[in-house]
Write a protein that binds this ligand. Structure first.
Ligand code: ADP
Length: 586
């Protein structure tokens, strides 16, 4: 087994991997951006190294900086978590070239599955049908129009390299084709560096059911069980559970065997998830994720295995150690994603900011995997998952009631979260009866009762000031960089340094500052990625004025009145804060 593992990630998943390593006696190495210099994963790791930079590109996606840390720390293996470099073959190859183990599948398998078009083709070859659609890339809007005519609308335009619900646009009619195609390409290019797109029929009432598989280097491959991830907003998962409710065991077996067949067809090794859409008793291959999934804990809860330990075991060359017949699933498990999002009115707007207080729930059958503690800050530059709350029960109803109880104990203050939305969803009769689908939350559930969450003192820092001091340890000179959050002042008295709190301005936060009609303000911190209008343009109420990217999502900011654009106050790539006026329309 490895003696030292570097975790090329941040937040809850870095914390999750560090915990398993600790139990296995493996030393852990964290990496961090400027904004994460004192974050939880850094605090928990045995060693931590700065990457510099704030945005993901400058830090957690900076190959050279990470390779340097690997060399410096002498880590023998790298666990990529999910997101960032987890499905990047160049990165996997670069570390393998250093003689360091990538905890994941071989680059060839990532390559086949990393592109949704080639993964569809690979699944079809393994005898597993994809969602009705075309396994080829589309270059012209007219091809989409032709597809719409043949298969009927709605049509899903999907980025071949998309992920996390990004790079997919649903088109309801011919007239939406062009804008949707451009938006899918722009989102995919910005986030994944590739803009190839392809088409699928947009199913009307599917459930998202995925299968966890594991394979070792000795040719053994098993499926551990399925997860139902149908509660989604913006095609992103919000609640997951295992087993899938009201799911015939014969179909489960068939899905498990199909998933293993897909894995074997691409020479897969380590943990993987084969995703399917399930409708009218049939399942269709959607994609394969060649890494650990966010929702892996619900599988851990029902099979009683630590999947990160299993990943490390396989990566170090050991066999799985059990066969398909040995796997026993027991009880039921739910996971609620606790995102920093304001769910008011069902909008789920990203809400980066400080966590002034976080009180975890406790008790039997409850697990909280958090990336933050009280006093930490959720930055606009990374994803907005604060924590995952997982419950286990002897059956679905016990696990559901336990989740409601745990959600009521979990207290997060300072930034808006989806906790209240989760409570509401878990009590919906359709959800209890399991007649929901991936489209259910956005089309059927009345979330109007959810109101904006506002917090005082939200204006703490999103950045830190660094001060270098010199210290001596056993006579050896060290330069120590001290990171002081903005709002705290450094006071030096004689030889003692003290960090003192500066009083913060007390503004009512969370709610956007009230602005006059026609003064278009942004509701959240983010970066301008497209300006849709020019000075002098005539706009209607509801027309998009700019596209704002915040926490990896594009948000359309629209005009509230009919009028003429008098002034545009921002440029492309500008960073804006909640309440900033970006245009004036008269
Ligand atoms: P990503 O890689 O962005 O997660 P997926 O292809 O896995 O994209 O799809 C994410 C979600 O989008 C699915 O769980 C489902 O809700 C929805 N979706 C994707 N393709 C289709 C489709 N053809 N019809 C209906 N819903 C779809």
């Amino acid at each position: 087994m490895f003696k030292k593992v570097l975790i090329a990630n941040r937040g809850e998943i870095a914390v999750r991997v560090i915990r398993s390593c600790k139990e296995m006696g493996i030393k852990t190495v964290a990496i961090y951006s400027e904004l994460d210099s004192n974050s939880l994963h850094v605090r928990l790791a045995d060693e931590a190294y700065a990457l510099g930079g704030k945005t993901a590109t400058e830090s957690y996606l900076n190959t050279d900086a990470i390779l340097n840390v690997i060399k410096k720390s002498k880590a023998e293996a790298v666990h990529p978590g999910y997101g960032f470099f987890s499905e990047n073959t160049d990165f996997a190859r670069a570390i393998t070239d250093l003689g360091v183990v990538f905890v994941g599948p071989p680059p060839e398998a990532i390559e086949i599955m990393g592109d949704k078009i080639s993964s569809r083709i690979a699944a079809e070859k393994a005898g597993v049908a994809g969602v009705p659609g075309r396994s080829e890339s589309v270059k012209d809007p007219s091809e989409i129009e032709a597809f719409g005519k043949e298969f009927g609308y709605p049509v899903a335009i999907k980025a071949a390299y998309g992920g996390g619900g990004r790079g997919m646009k649903v088109v309801n009619s011919k007239k939406e084709v062009k804008e949707a195609m451009e938006s899918a390409q722009r989102e995919a290019l910005g986030a994944f560096g590739r803009d190839e797109i392809y088409l699928e029929k947009y199913l009307d009432w599917p459930r998202h059911i995925e299968m966890q598989i594991f394979a070792d280097t000795f040719g053994n491959a098993v499926w551990l069980g399925e997860r139902d991830c149908s509660v989604q907003r913006r095609h992103q998962k919000l609640i997951e559970e295992s087993p899938a409710p009201d799911f015939d065991d014969k179909i489960r077996q068939k899905m498990g065997e199909s998933a293993v067949a897909v894995a074997k067809a691409c020479g897969y090794v380590n943990a993987g998830t084969v995703e399917f859409l399930y409708q009218d008793g049939e399942f269709y291959f959607l994609e394969m994720n060649t890494r650990l999934q966010v929702e892996h804990p619900v599988t851990e809860a029902v099979v009683g295995m630590d999947l990160v330990k299993l990943q490390l075991k396989i990566a170090s060359g050991e066999p799985l150690g059990f066969s398909q017949e040995d796997i026993q699933r027991k009880g039921h498990s739910f996971e609620c994603r606790i995102n920093a999002e304001d769910a008011a009115g069902g909008k789920f707007l990203p809400a980066p900011g400080p966590i002034t207080k976080l009180v975890p729930p406790g008790g039997y059958g409850v697990r909280l995997d958090a990336g933050y503690e009280s006093g930490d800050n959720v930055s606009q530059f990374y994803d907005n998952l604060i924590a995952k709350l997982i419950t286990w029960g002897s059956d679905r109803e016990e696990a559901r009631l336990r989740m409601l109880r745990a959600l009521s104990e979990l207290k997060i203050e300072g930034t808006a979260t989806v906790i209240d939305a989760q409570k509401l969803i878990l009590q919906e009769p359709d959800f209890i009866k399991a007649v929901h689908s991936t489209r259910w939350l956005e089309s059927k559930v009345d979330l109007s009762a959810l109101t904006a969450q506002s917090f005082e003192n939200k204006e703490t820092s999103t950045s830190t000031n660094a001060t270098t001091i010199v210290s001596e340890v056993n006579g050896k000179r060290f330069e120590v960089k001290l990171y002081i959050p903005e709002g705290l002042a450094m006071e030096t008295k004689g030889s003692n340094s003290a960090v003192k709190s500066k009083p913060r301005s007390r503004t009512q936060q969370g709610a956007i500052k009230t602005v006059a009609s026609g003064h278009i303000a942004v509701p959240m911190q983010g970066t301008v990625v497209k300006i849709h209008v020019a000075k002098g343009d005539i706009v209607k109420a509801g027309d998009t004025v700019i596209t704002l990217e915040a926490m990896k999502m594009e948000n359309a900011i629209s005009s509230d009145i009919d009028g003429v654009v008098k002034e545009i106050k921002v440029k492309n790539k500008d960073a804006v804060s909640p309440g900033d006026v970006i245009a004036i329309i008269e």
